[in-house]
Design a protein around this ligand. Structure first.
Ligand code: PMP
Ligand code: GLU
Length: 394
């Protein structure tokens, strides 16, 4: 039997980040001595008060459908978070809670993209963006950025990529995979172009609390009333509160966009898990010192990783100022014949040293690999020792 797969789905590739980090977990579960730098998730457990809130919610009977867009209490708490952290004024009707920020992004693109609409995505990008654009029958337009510009799209690059079909610009600061963080001034330049050309911006701020080395997170949506009305802000609890498994993300934006977004969600998935919403409410409104504690731990690991990479001849990386990833340039060992490209580089490292890394090519940047430092200092040291040994042999 020949099955005809819908065009908008047939061209979608696997999520390499999910596939490779799952492979690392499976190898470890099978007793192999793996160092997993693939994981895009904090290695901490969800904080105790959040887990306790979930248990209470179950015992209190919060086990039924909630409004499709999320509980009133959580949407109100999210509005307060936006006001306090980002200086953004949203009413609860402008906020929809979804099953993780990935789901939020998916529904945002489904809501604003019509067939053939162009969506500008600076590269390196998170692997999921182009696939979600294609799933929305849109056309991803990739704008490559270089390490010399700290992997950040300039005003000119954005302006040059715009055509009469451009509808949306995707931004992700702090960035997965590069750890780049846009300054307020850089965002203001992009905002000028977005306003002038009357586009929308989808700004993915999931790593906002993970900034280091004096970097500050700014939401582009907060840079003035004109960009505010053109912004769709996506965030969630996965990375900030070590809650990747709970699946809670959220979106805020103009009511004219969030209303149809909520209608789509009501038919696609109804509400996100009621118990997870109770947990997210505690995470967002409870004691925030856990966030600072986890951030400090990530920062120590980040510094260790930078030192260890600098000590390996032929490898280099820009200082990652956000998220928990380093984007390491491996073009020197590739040019020496260690591997043909970043995919083979990662395969060879996995086979010969049991170190899991994600190749740069699915992020739109050949010659790089992504190392997640959301793992212990011992793992970071051991993984980099192994990498140094295998590269010295080549
Ligand atoms: N955006 C970026 C840049 C990410 O790295 C992730 C991680 N999976 C997400 C969004 C989605 O996170 P989640 O669905 O777990 O909320
Ligand atoms: N965002 C994480 C990563 O990039 C988790 C995996 C995924 O959702 O793709 O590795």
């Amino acid at each position: 039997m020949q099955y005809k797969i819908a065009e908008r789905v047939a061209g979608i590739s696997d999520s390499v980040t999910i596939a490779l980090s799952a492979k690392g977990k499976a190898m470890a579960a099978a007793g192999e001595d793996v160092v997993n730098f693939g994981a895009g998730e904090p290695d901490f457990n969800t904080p105790e008060p959040v887990r306790a809130a979930a248990k209470r919610a179950m015992d209190d009977g919060q086990t039924r459908y909630t409004p499709a867009a999320g509980t009133p209490a959580l949407r109100k708490a999210i509005c307060e978070k936006f006001k306090t952290d980002n200086g953004l004024d949203y009413a609860p009707e402008q906020v929809v809670v979804s099953n993780g920020a990935k789901h939020s992004l998916y529904h945002a693109l489904q809501t604003v993209c019509s067939p053939g609409d162009e969506v500008i995505i600076p590269a390196p990008y998170w692997v999921t963006y182009p696939e979600q654009v294609r799933a929305a029958s849109g056309v991803p337009v990739i704008v490559p950025t270089s390490v010399e510009q700290n992997f950040k799209m300039t005003r000119q690059q954005l302006a040059d990529a715009i055509t009469d079909k451009t509808r949306v610009v995707m931004l992700n600061s702090p960035s997965n995979p590069t750890g780049a963080v846009y300054t307020r001034a850089e965002l203001a330049e992009l905002a000028d172009v977005i306003v002038e050309r009357d586009l929308l911006v989808i700004t993915d701020e999931i790593y906002e609390k993970l900034v280091f080395g004096g970097a500050e997170h700014h939401s582009i949506a907060a840079l003035g009333p004109e960009i505010f009305e053109r912004s769709i802000v996506v965030n969630g609890v996965s990375k900030t509160y070590a809650m990747t498994g709970w699946r809670v993300g959220y979106t805020a934006g103009p009511a004219a966009i969030l209303k149809p977004f909520a209608r789509l969600q009501s038919h696609a998935s109804s509400n996100p898990c009621s118990v997870s919403q109770a947990a997210a409410l505690e995470a967002i409104t409870g004691d925030q010192s856990v966030v600072a504690t986890m951030r400090a731990a990530f920062d120590k690991r980040r510094q260790l990783l930078m030192e260890r990479v600098a000590a390996i001849p032929g490898l280099s990386m820009p200082e990652p100022l956000g998220a928990f990833y380093a984007f390491v340039n491996v073009s020197e060992p590739i040019s020496r014949g260690f591997a043909q490209d970043s995919v083979e580089f990662c395969n060879r490292c996995l086979e010969e040293t049991k170190v899991v890394m994600i190749p740069g090519s699915p992020f739109g940047a050949e010659g790089y690999v992504r190392i997640s430092y959301a793992t212990s200092a011992e793992n970071i040291s051991e993984g980099l020792d192994r990498l140094k040994r295998v590269l010295a042999l080549a």
